[in-house]
Design a protein around this ligand. Structure first.
Ligand SMILES: Nc1ncnc2c1ncn2[C@@H]1O[C@H](COP(=O)(O)OP(=O)(O)OP(=O)(O)O)[C@@H](O)[C@H]1O
Length: 493
């Protein structure tokens, strides 16, 4: 006899959300039982964040409702009410007060209780998530993985955790931290928590999820057991019109970039796409930022001239354009229009609107960028904050690709957080820029990202550098290169 199924912990019923004329979610109904880990997938703008925002009380549903353990909680509750119901949400970047201690963060906006009692509860919560962190440590001294654990422990202190929502939690984590988080998620599920997991990293989804729900244009189009999916079937379910990846060939010219680092030189030619590969949060990112005069200065050779770049303004003047890894805090201005966000540096650089860039030119550039990167969402005169995460990322890329010709284009994790179709658009856009003469550096901690874009790459670790050519299994060669750098330096005879 099959055991009777447990009733759902979380049950959506016809949840619809409209933002003005945009229907972000349309009559969404599905349920999650205790112990299930549901992968919630969809292309950029499909409505995943909107569903999480409704569930965690950030926004209300236009119509429809959801239930937790059979109790109807409507479709419009406050974040505090959501937390009291046992709903915890973990974002890629945890919402913690950086300058407060771990203990203070754990009880932020929660009834405090007596001092000794607080500490006891805090220790128990940290232990339950496997975090060995002193309570008096300031949060800004912790790594990202540890901050996520503090966030999870905080969720546990709200009461019994019933529903756990994960919003791209591994996007900036390395392999070991990702594995640890996945083990923890399984552990929560075994204890009866209903888990919903959003990620564009399909291997992560395949590894932990028991069921897959796919949204497309705000509608639920797939709800199936995870076991029946291969990575390819999953990608096609997400983007039915997915084309095969095409590697745009370029004809590299003369050496256009050279920097001498203590570990050796890094060079790149005109028309070449070169990878800088290393660990999550590794030294390759600091090197890339310094090339653009962000958080430091760098001296290097650019098209035969020795330059010193000490500020972003100097970099832009020399045609060195940089797309930082964190699109929302380092790049875009949420309250400006989408079009102005693309054109922003170019207004300033030329002494005012309407002279070098007429409205018409701006509109044309924006149209071209939207077409090339297949940007979806409201019109260009809407605030960029009204676009989904992946489509905001594309705006940042558009800024440095289309209004002016890049000489050296430095892209940090350019395909992070975008769906499988958009990844192909971004690879094409970067390789087209190279074909048109730019030198492109792709900086990443994901070997797949480097392998899909680059002609050649450098692995960087512990101040050492190793070059890897594009031949055979490039992906495996990159990982092997990094591993080799991790080995102790042999003592010279
Ligand atoms: N504040 C807002 N105002 C207007 N439209 C919005 C707003 N927030 C989201 N939208 C629109 O709602 C739709 C769903 O967006 P949502 O952020 O839920 O997508 P997503 O699936 O999370 O995408 P991504 O993978 O890119 O993060 C998109 O068309 C988006 O432009």
């Amino acid at each position: 006899m099959t055991p009777p199924q447990e009733p759902p912990r979380l049950e959506y019923e016809s949840v619809t959300v409209d933002f003005g004329a945009t229907r972000a979610l349309s009559e969404i109904s599905f349920s999650v039982r205790p112990g299930e880990i549901v992968g919630l997938l969809g292309h950029n703008g499909a409505g995943k964040s909107t569903l999480f925002n409704v569930t965690s009380g950030v926004i209300g549903a236009t119509s429809g409702s959801f239930r937790v353990d059979g109790v109807n909680v409507g479709g419009d509750l406050s974040p505090r009410q959501a937390a009291e119901l046992g709903i915890t949400i973990i974002h890629q970047e945890p919402a913690l007060a950086q300058n407060l201690t771990v203990l203070d963060n754990l009880f932020l906006a929660r009834p405090a209780g007596a001092g000794a009692d607080r500490k006891k509860k805090a220790r128990a919560a940290l232990e339950a998530v496997g975090a060995d962190i002193p309570l008096d440590m300031p949060v800004d001294a912790l790594g990202l993985g540890q901050r996520q654990l503090v966030d999870l422990a905080r969720g546990m202190l709200a009461g019994e955790m019933k529903v756990l929502l994960l919003d791209e939690p591994t996007a900036a984590l390395g392999k070991a931290e990702t594995d640890a988080l996945h083990a923890l998620i399984r552990n929560f599920a075994e204890r009866g928590v209903a888990v919903v997991y959003v990620s564009h990293r399909l291997p992560d989804i395949m590894e932990v999820c028991t069921r897959i729900v796919v949204l497309r244009g705000g509608e639920l189009v797939v709800d199936d057991a995870a076991a029946g999916f291969t990575a390819d079937r999953l990608a096609r379910a997400l983007v039915p019109e997915l084309r095969d990846a095409e590697f745009i060939e370029t004809v590299p010219g003369a050496e256009a970039f050279r920097i001498d680092t203590p570990g050796g030189p890094v060079t790149a030619r005109e028309g070449e796409v070169v990878g800088l590969f290393g660990m999550a949060g590794g030294e390759q990112f600091a090197l890339a930022a310094s090339l653009a005069g962000v958080d430091g200065a760098a001296e290097y050779e650019l098209r035969g001239t020795r330059v010193r770049v000490a500020s972003p303004r100097q970099a832009i003047k020399r045609g060195v354009f940089y797309v930082p890894p964190d699109r929302d805090t380092e790049g875009l201005i949420a309250s400006e229009t989408a079009k102005d966000n693309v054109m922003l540096p170019w207004f300033g650089a030329t002494g005012g609107r309407g002279w070098w860039i007429s409205d018409q030119t701006g509109a044309e550039v924006y149209r071209k960028a939207r077409r090339a990167l297949d940007i979806r969402g409201p019109a260009g005169d809407a605030e960029v904050s009204q676009f989904s995460g992946g489509n905001r990322q594309k705006h940042l890329l558009a800024r440095w690709l289309y209004p002016a010709r890049p000489g050296l284009l430095v892209l940090a994790q350019p395909t992070q957080g975008v769906d499988v179709g958009a990844k192909l658009d971004i690879v094409d856009a970067a390789r087209t820029a190279a074909r048109d003469g730019a030198t492109v550096l792709v900086v990443s901690s994901e070997s797949d990202e480097i392998a899909s874009m680059c002609d050649r790459a450098y692995c960087l670790l512990g101040g050492r550098i190793r070059e890897v050519g594009r031949a055979g299994d490039f992906n495996a060669a990159l990982l092997a290169g990094l591993l080799a750098l991790a080995e102790p330096v042999p003592e010279s005879a």
